[in-house]
Design a binder for this molecule. Structure first.
Ligand code: NI
Length: 404
């Protein structure tokens, strides 16, 4: 049983992992500019004697641990970017980079994958196959995962499966959560521009008022999910920005709206642009207005492979105990670019609970007072290490790449 050695080792390196996490937390960097973070990561991995490739997709790092025996390759993934948020935590390792903060826990993700590398390095001589540790840039804004793949991160050696994890402030600290099937939504971005005819506010009949048209479009979009989509199929259409007009007595020429569309299946995702445009088109035509509609697809949905989830569930129970794994049946409508890896190889994304009321750690992700329970870092590292080793050495996972 590797389990006991993994647990012991993870606790042995706990202080060092917390030190690394605090160092990264104090120096948050925006997406595509993770220079300091990636240098720190690369240095640590080189110390472990891994094959390290830097500057992958600009600031990404990929390290390979080759086992003594031939076999498959499993990838453990972390993201390194922070958010443009000013930290309001009063801690000694508070952000020293004004306006930026690790408010989404990517400092923890980076650290626990380093932790998994530290643990797994001990098993090199017993390992069948390889583990790849991937640290990607820019999860938040522009899908660094996709650029990592395009820069060859899944080759040399070729990756057969992938696991990623995210801190989760609504799940109790010390537990992980797994979800079979669709887990997170495809977060697409829409822009709608409605053009009317400008003029005096006292003469609406000589104008085409784009504000009035935009309001009708906005209200009709609210019924799209409730009236056009199967009620048992999750979907979100949110308009989050409306801009138009300059003063109280002039009808403007244009109104702009921006929003997000979230779906969990490719079938519905493909229908969305058409459903939305139909509403805009019909209302604009009825009012003699014209429009421009841009549907900008972002990340695909996170759809977990059942074999891989079962692997993580089993590893989680081995490390954290039977009660340490929560199997959830509800997806979330947030997005994650881990999905790009899942489009290439079977993958599982899981959540690591960090809710701890006693320590006052209850704030949501992206909150300026978000913080994690650092005790979870070695635990997550151990779960990742256990999952990887089980995958390589017990061959519990099939080659099935179908996703359910
Ligand atoms: Ni995140």
């Amino acid at each position: 049983m590797y389990k006991d050695i993994i647990i012991e080792k993870s606790q042995e390196i706990k202080d060092e992992l917390i030190r690394i996490r605090r160092d990264i937390h104090a120096h948050p960097e925006p997406g595509r500019k993770e220079f300091r973070t990636s240098a720190l990561v690369a240095e640590k991995l080189k110390e472990l004697g891994l094959e390290v490739r830097t500057n992958v997709a600009e600031t990404g790092v990929v390290a390979t641990l080759r086992g003594k025996y031939p076999g498959k390759t499993i990838l453990l993934r972390a993201d390194m970017d922070s958010l443009p948020i000013t930290e309001k935590n009063d801690v000694e390792y508070k952000s020293q980079n004004p306006g930026y903060m690790h408010a989404c826990g990517h400092d923890a993700h980076t650290t626990w994958v380093i932790g998994a590398a530290m643990i797994l390095s001990q098993f090199k001589d017993q390992m069948h196959g390889n583990v790849k540790f991937l640290f990607q840039p820019d999860e938040e804004i522009d899908g660094g995962a996709d650029r990592m793949i395009k820069d060859g991160a899944l080759e040399n050696p070729h990756v057969d499966a992938a696991i990623g994890a995210h801190v989760w402030p609504t799940v109790e600290s010390g537990k992980i959560g797994v979800k079979y099937g669709p887990m997170m939504a495809a977060p697409d971005h829409i822009t709608i521009k409605i053009y009317g005819k400008a003029g005096h506010g006292a003469e609406p009949h000589n104008c085409i008022d784009p504000i009035s048209v935009a309001c009708q479009v906005y209200m009709s979009l609210q019924t799209l999910v409730s009236r056009r989509i199967n009620p048992v199929e999750p979907a979100v259409v949110t308009i989050a920005r409306i801009t138009g007009g300059t003063t109280h007595n002039a009808i403007p020429e244009k109104v702009e709206m921006e929003g997000t569309v979230r779906t969990l299946t490719n079938e519905l995702r493909e229908r969305m642009p058409h459903l939305i445009e139909n509403i805009i088109k019909g209302i604009c035509e009825a009012n003699n207005a014209t429009y421009e509609f841009i549907y900008d697809p972002h990340y695909p949905a996170v759809i977990n492979n059942s074999d891989m989830v079962a692997l993580v569930e089993k590893a989680g129970k081995a490390i954290l105990g039977e009660d340490g794994v929560v199997v959830t049946d509800k997806p979330t409508m947030g997005g994650e670019d881990f999905s790009y890896f899942q489009q290439k190889v079977p993958g599982a994304f899981f959540i690591v609970g960090t809710y701890n009321k006693e320590k006052g750690l209850t704030n949501s992700l992206h909150n300026p007072k978000f913080n994690i329970d650092e005790d979870i870092i070695p635990l997550a590292a151990a779960v990742l290490a256990q999952s990887a080793l089980t995958y390589l050495n017990e061959g519990k996972c099939s080659n099935d790449t179908s996703r359910t």
